[in-house]
Design a protein around this ligand. Sequence first.
Ligand code: HEM
Ligand SMILES: *[C@@H]1O[C@H](CO)[C@@H](O)[C@H](O)[C@H]1NC(C)=O
Ligand SMILES: *[C@@H]1O[C@H](CO)[C@@H](O)[C@H](O)[C@H]1NC(C)=O
Ligand SMILES: *[C@@H]1O[C@H](CO)[C@@H](O)[C@H](O)[C@H]1NC(C)=O
Ligand SMILES: *[C@@H]1O[C@H](CO)[C@@H](O)[C@H](O)[C@H]1NC(C)=O
Length: 498
Amino acid sequence: MAGLRHAAALALGALGVGALWRLALAQPEEACPSGSCAADDPALLQKQARASTRQAIHAGLDAPLGQAAAQPGPAPPVPDGWEPCPGLLYGTPNTSFAKAPSEEEFVAALAELDLTAVMDDMTQLMTDSQSCWPGDWGSYVGLFTRLTWHAAGTFRNTDGSGGDGGGRQRFDPEASWEDNTNLDKARGLLWPLKEKYGDGLSWADLIALAGTQTQWASGMPFKEFCFGRLDDEDGAKSLPLGPGEMQEEMAPCTGPVNGMCQMQPNETALAPTTVGLIYVNPGGPMGVPDPAKSVDEIRVVFGKMGHDDKATVALIGGGHAFGKCHGACSKFEYEEPAGLPPNMAFAEGTYPYVGKCPNLDGGVTGMGNATWTSGFEGPWTSTPTRWSNEYFTYLLDYEWEPWLGPGGAIQWRMKENPDDPRMRLTTDIALIKDPEYLKYVELFASNLTALNEAYDFSWTSLTSNGGGWSTKKICVPYGPPPAPGATTPTSMLNTDPR
Ligand code: HEM
Ligand SMILES: *[C@@H]1O[C@H](CO)[C@@H](O)[C@H](O)[C@H]1NC(C)=O
Ligand SMILES: *[C@@H]1O[C@H](CO)[C@@H](O)[C@H](O)[C@H]1NC(C)=O
Ligand SMILES: *[C@@H]1O[C@H](CO)[C@@H](O)[C@H](O)[C@H]1NC(C)=O
Ligand SMILES: *[C@@H]1O[C@H](CO)[C@@H](O)[C@H](O)[C@H]1NC(C)=O
């Protein structure tokens, strides 16, 4: 076993990193940075036109919020059998404004809220897979955990902006960030709870609870969950996070291109390497699958988010105990396979992220096992609906090699078991390329209790950081999580692409 440890470095050399870099960069934007070589490629021109529409819409965000972004139109065309969840437009309003209770109203309603009933309903919802957006392996633990993480991970300690408080992921700019692809589905699935419990259950608390409660119900022993986050009525407080003029002024990208924004990390309040991502490029710096270079990005970005090395390793590997990446069809074959972000979709009178990947088994296009979100594909562990430290043990015990996955992105697989669906991102491999990170990977691989404690600590700080708390904060202690098999399948079902 020891011989296999630290062996992933060899895989890169053996497969020819040069070829992989070229694949990583074989995307029109990067290949033609000036746009000059695009003149006679209609597909490329169309893509560039879309990109500038996207920018224009983003720029428009600096105009007063609270005005309708779209005119009501006829029901938009969607693929056969595709039907949005009933709560979709509540979780992602098609106007840039939604009424919220005042702090007094909220605090009074929260005092009346049956907190344990809300928490139990969330556990039920986790495995109540809906045909409008089926849960992978019958559970929403992965999707909801990513939702919570992306809402909370906007926090930056440079100027204190961001964080889950305010529940602003429902609105632009955050709703349309590339990193938040398909999280409109998660927020839509939460709507029935918001509708049932009303003013006492804020969207911000609901979003924080979604990932916390489902991970607890899937085996992670959290100590408590605290309610009391207020909702904003629009996305104004996220304007400093970008993209837009306010961000360019308050927290500019200090690199030559978006994607290299942390070149002078101390000269900007901006936290991610890429405006529109929560953190770093999962494929490595500028998409180049070099895990050692990814280390520096992760350290700066998670540092600005308020996490030290131990918390960073616990969060990345603990979070990836659950769920999977989605990249069922190749982005080289299907133009914008995820569909359009909310700002563009609403401007065109359609729904956000109507996916395009065909379902070859008679299922619905663009959802379930035909979902495209990030373009990477596969789970990290053999039990993606159950808490474990397998992420860490497999990182150490197997040699991982990069390859071009089915979604058209470079990801890592086990060299000895290339057909095993378990995968790693370049940023995951980075955790064994730095001596400090490696120390914690080894700790968490050998001691589950140490992982439990570190994950509880770092997840709690992740979901509490930032403003947006009311004067009332009520914490509910958790008992031990339900036993394996009580609520979810315990082993991986082979129901996804590859
Ligand atoms: C370096 C930092 C990280 C990177 C680059 C990263 C990247 C990604 C990517 C590319 C996906 C696939 C999305 C999709 O295609 O559906 C994903 C999924 C996921 N991430 Fe991360 N992640 C990071 C950190 C975290 C953290 C800190 C957590 C939570 C504590 C987390 C939790 C998850 C979960 C639960 C999923 C599965 C989503 C699902 O099943 O639908 N990630 N991540
Ligand atoms: C916007 O959402 C409302 C429901 O909140 C819906 O009635 C209306 O048709 C939507 N408009 C568009 C353009 O989708
Ligand atoms: C940025 O600041 C951190 C501490 O806040 C320091 O460790 C680091 O060396 C600084 N980096 C640069 C490039 O000045
Ligand atoms: C595992 O970690 C826990 C929590 O930090 C610690 O109390 C325990 O001693 C560790 N166990 C071993 C065998 O090192
Ligand atoms: C994909 O999902 C459809 C239902 O949406 C199902 O009929 C099919 O068997 C699934 N395919 C795989 C490979 O799991």
